[in-house]
Design a protein around this ligand. Sequence first.
Ligand code: FE2
Length: 420
Amino acid sequence: MYDTVTDTERNINANISTDKDTEISKYKPKEHGTGVSKDKAAGTAVAGEVKMRKGLLITFVFTLIITVPVAIGASRLGWAFDKILGTKTTIPITLLSVFTILFIAFSMMRPVSALWFRICMWVTGLHACVLAYFIPSMTSASIVLIIFGQTWNGVIKPVVMFIIAIGSVITVIYGFIHARFFHVKRYKKNTGKLEKNYRIVQLTDTHVGSIIGPHYIGRMVKKVNELNADMIVITGDIFNHGGVYECRDIGKVTAEFAKLKARDGVFAVKGNHDPDTDEPGMAKFISGTGMTFIDNDTYENEHVTLVGRTGLVTDRTLRRDMGSLMQGVKYDRPVIVLDHDPRGADDAQEFDCDVIFSGHTHRGQFFPMTALSKRHNKKEYFYGRVEFGKTTSICSSGAGSFQLPIRVGTNSEIVCMDIR
Ligand SMILES: [Fe+2]
């Protein structure tokens, strides 16, 4: 490992392989930031904003229209629960349904960097979090009472409801604060191919958007730079699904990412929420940060070989066949795969790659989603270090948070791996 970290000219000297370009021209790496003129990019961006504002208005009106019947339906459902469980869940269930609808609607309104939109996201998101803990807890308490042949009575019910409500609020406050602290997860791997440690720092799933902004990214970058990485790799979902238009200040976010320092550069692959790399806003972000995207391509320096994969989660037709991707790859140095989806570990194992870095699952982000996500993704593709034969799979819980701004039972994580 190198003691001195310098700000490298990341893209300029990137040794992107070209021998396979004629074989699969569809996957030829794009010249980020150079294929679109500034005027054209600005014009397209403005048109995109206008189009999105129209979509915003339509979504807002649609949301108002459907919220009323949803509220009525939810109140009837709550009434039915009251009859069955002997509780008074009408109001909480109605609130949960309305806030869920509003939250989903706001989440779908991709663009928005406006203050009012961010406030709506925060208010509906945190309400949804509190109610998501409150409703199941009350229901569970009711079921326990029924199991033991008891019923709610006038004295104990308000007390239990108060305790559960306070517990839900405290849990969300804890989850909100906890999500703002970065935890460094350290790993080591001896491949027998290097004389000295080579330090790779992995970032994934930052989900920059209406909730994660420049201040958050600035703190993350500072923490990363303290690790003195030889190389920084980013395994997708840099942006939330609103792309660069959802950021409250894309210029500042770009400037913060540009401060990432590693001796051999910053390399990235797309996640399922990132815009295409030739989308004007994204191209401007890439050229502004100096990071190199290696989707469906390989890169090598004197220490490691990187293999960039994409598309397993979103569009499998865009995913380059691993066999063609690995042609000519040098195995005399550690072979490192970057793949947003941890299920890529199967291919990495088949081709005897040394390490695969991935993310995507967020480790479920907050309880009880942690348990549901683990079941959905399967244990070996869920979180942490898993050995697939000779291949070490590192699946990170991610450095940011998706939509709901809390983490309970998981950490906002930066991965630091020493390979030799
Ligand atoms: Fe993600």
